[in-house]
Design a protein around this ligand. Structure first.
Ligand SMILES: Cc1cc2nc3c(=O)[nH]c(=O)nc-3n(C[C@H](O)[C@H](O)[C@H](O)COP(=O)(O)OP(=O)(O)OC[C@H]3O[C@@H](n4cnc5c(N)ncnc54)[C@H](O)[C@@H]3O)c2cc1C
Length: 325
């Protein structure tokens, strides 16, 4: 059974995750940590750079049922902001209208979009990738969950946008192509906003009744308030307890926090990941640079996964078993 084999209860971790034991406060683990606080403070942009068609398309023609993002030479599509929701102390949910109300984003799972913005005094435009949290088949809109970083040009611009303003968006930026039952069991290791690609993949798996993939999410954050999409993940856990489990760990947990405390460590991963010797598993990683460094080694570029390193290598996973978003 999934719950038994994938999440073997062992003493220290059994204390860390309520599902497997009690409400007692968890003990911090130690080996090879990446600092979860680093998720909020670390420099870098997930190492993303982008070169390509920078032209903006004003896709105003009515084209019901079509996809908003077709890639190739399409260039950037100008999308109007139609709704802003304050999500938590540093994150907003931004809803953009697709060019036609019958259009879907058309983004394949998994893929991202890139956004472009050039401020009045900027020499060059800023370009950053985001993974929408709306469903790929939602009609007429695309939603982004955006955390603001101090002096971060794109996230600050997005947080300052007013309803009615437009943003240049291009996609799809293909990531790991998913087909149903491609792997028996996948593990998703995420820090902070690195969870959005994991949510895209999880959503696609569980909305497809033919897809029987088991999913383990290991999700590090600074505080409980920083956990994005917690309700959505809890709903899936309740609906699919044999196939979906989430392990949260917080740098600064509240009193009586029933999950993990501190860093994503080797001990934690050894405990909750499917064993490297199991056939047909895949481990996905997404988060700030310190997370990649500690867990999997850095990506070299958006198209070069770089060598596998970090804890996953130490635990015996192979290059082929790991994908860095
Ligand atoms: C595939 C992919 C999907 C992504 N999806 C999302 C998403 O859905 N929502 C979202 O908010 N972000 C997402 N990101 C991150 C996003 O692309 C930007 O890196 C982020 O918005 C910061 O951009 P910026 O221009 O505001 O700041 P930057 O100029 O890039 O950084 C400013 C400062 O903010 C801090 N910082 C920047 N990025 C991070 C980070 N990731 N972790 C910790 N500290 C950081 C650093 O201190 C940095 O010096 C994603 C990244 C990737 C690779």
């Amino acid at each position: 059974m999934f719950a038994r084999s994938a999440f073997r209860a062992a003493a220290p971790l059994g204390q860390s995750f309520r599902q497997y034991s009690s409400n007692t406060a968890p003990k911090a683990t130690t080996a090879t940590p990446w600092i979860v606080a680093g998720a909020a403070l670390a420099t870098g942009t997930f190492g993303y750079t982008y070169l390509g068609n920078q032209q903006t398309v004003h896709a105003e023609a009515h084209n019901p049922g079509a996809k908003a993002f077709t890639g190739g030479d399409q260039g950037f599509v100008s999308l109007k902001l139609i709704e802003v929701e304050s999500y938590n102390h540093n994150t907003k949910k931004l809803k953009f209208a697709l060019p036609d109300e019958d259009m879907t984003s058309g983004l394949p799972v998994t893929s991202a979009v890139i956004t472009k913005y050039k401020g009045p005094s900027d020499e060059k435009p800023t370009i950053r990738p985001y993974t929408p949290v709306s469903d790929e088949n939602d009609k007429g809109h695309m939603d982004l969950l955006i955390k603001v970083y101090e002096n971060g040009p794109m996230s600050t611009h997005l947080h300052n946008m007013a309803v009615g303003q437009s943003l240049d968006v291009k996609g799809p930026i293909p990531k790991y192509p998913w087909t149903e039952n491609k792997h028996d069991h996948i593990a998703l290791i995420a820090g902070g906003t690195g969870v959005t690609p994991m949510y895209q993949l999880t959503r696609a798996i569980f909305k497809n009744p033919n897809d029987k993939t088991k999913v383990s999410l290991i999700f590090g954050n600074v505080t409980e308030n920083d956990i994005l999409l917690k309700e959505e993940f809890e709903k899936l856990e309740n609906e699919y307890p044999q196939r979906f489990r989430v392990f949260y760990t917080l740098d600064t947990p509240p009193k009586d926090w029933a999950y993990g405390k501190g860093f994503i460590t080797k001990e934690l991963l050894k405990e909750v990941l499917p064993d490297a010797s199991q056939e047909n598993i895949k481990v996905f990683v997404c988060g700030p640079p310190p997370l990649y460094k500690a867990i999997s080694g850095m990506k070299k570029s958006p198209t070069d996964q770089g060598e596998l390193g970090g804890i996953l290598k130490e635990l015996g996973y192979t290059q082929d078993q790991v994908y860095k978003f």
